[in-house]
Design a protein around this ligand. Structure first.
Ligand code: FBP
Length: 252
């Protein structure tokens, strides 16, 4: 059975706000304002996002039901520098009880520990689909064997892996241009493809250009964090992203 991502879509497109970086990167991503989860929940609501991605601890204490919730089930810090592995820290049932409408799981494709994450993903996928929750796979090629994690072939491999393992949506890095990203989207087949935001781009225009490229290549949208909540005008950025992703307008 395929669980539907429809509840996260407007006009067949989707804009998700990610806020799990406090675990993945630590407070280095934050300032006095955006380290407060309540500030992010407000951006998600006022910015018209289709979904908000949180770890369970933040969801338990701050989620107010205003935007559809996606719970990340695994996570890791970036302190340990060995072969990357991210293990489950929240169950599917806990996510459901927190109000999640979908669950997310990161797989480091090509890591020495890839098999472990595939296995865990398989079990989570089974449990989530039994409860009719879609599963979004963050598929990030990473580790000693991955030389360039945004090379077109490796990004297309990540997208294809998402289709093979049963993901309802994949979140993948942008290859840098729409032509190569189109190949990744093609390889994802019926799986919805989200572009991953990444570190704050040098200028807003640079970022908007990437987003336009990704949707013109067939992505349903993007899951973005830092490029929105690190901005001095997060709601202004959100409006431009909605225009591009949901309304199909051109900015750059
Ligand atoms: P950003 O838009 O801030 O990059 O968020 C997307 C995301 O996938 C987050 O969900 C996650 O915390 C982060 O990127 C992981 O970044 P990385 O593993 O590349 O350091």
């Amino acid at each position: 059975m395929v669980a539907s991502m429809e509840q996260f879509m407007t006009n067949g497109r989707s804009l998700l706000l990610a806020y799990d970086q406090g675990l993945e990167h630590g407070p280095t991503d934050f300032n006095q304002q955006n380290c407060d989860p309540a500030y992010i929940v407000e951006i998600a609501r006022k910015g018209g996002f289709n979904g908000l991605i949180l770890q369970k601890g933040i969801a338990e204490k701050y989620y107010d039901g205003s935007v559809p919730l996606i719970i990340k089930l695994n996570g890791k810090t970036n302190i340990f520098k060995g072969e990357p592995v991210s293990r489950q820290i929240c169950s599917v049932e806990e996510a459901l009880s927190l109000g999640a409408k979908a669950v997310g799981y990161t797989i480091y494709l090509g890591s020495e520990h890839e098999a472990l994450m595939f296995q865990e993903f398989g079990r989570i996928h089974h449990e989530a689909h039994r409860l009719d929750l879609p599963v979004i796979a963050w598929i990030y090629p990473r580790g000693a064997y991955v030389k360039d994690d945004t090379a077109p072939e490796i990004v297309a491999y990540a997208a294809r892996a998402g289709l093979e393992i049963g993901a309802d949506a994949v979140k993948i890095k942008y290859t840098g241009n729409p032509d190569t990203f189109r190949w990744a989207v093609k390889n994802a087949g019926k799986v919805k493809v989200y572009m991953s935001g990444g570190p704050k781009a040098p200028t807003e225009e640079d970022f908007l250009r990437q987003v336009q490229g990704a949707v013109s290549a067939g992505a349903v949208g993007l899951a973005v964090g830092r490029n929105v909540w690190q901005s001095d005008d997060p709601l202004g950025v959100a409006k431009k992203l909605r225009d591009i992703v949901i309304e199909n307008k051109k900015y750059v």
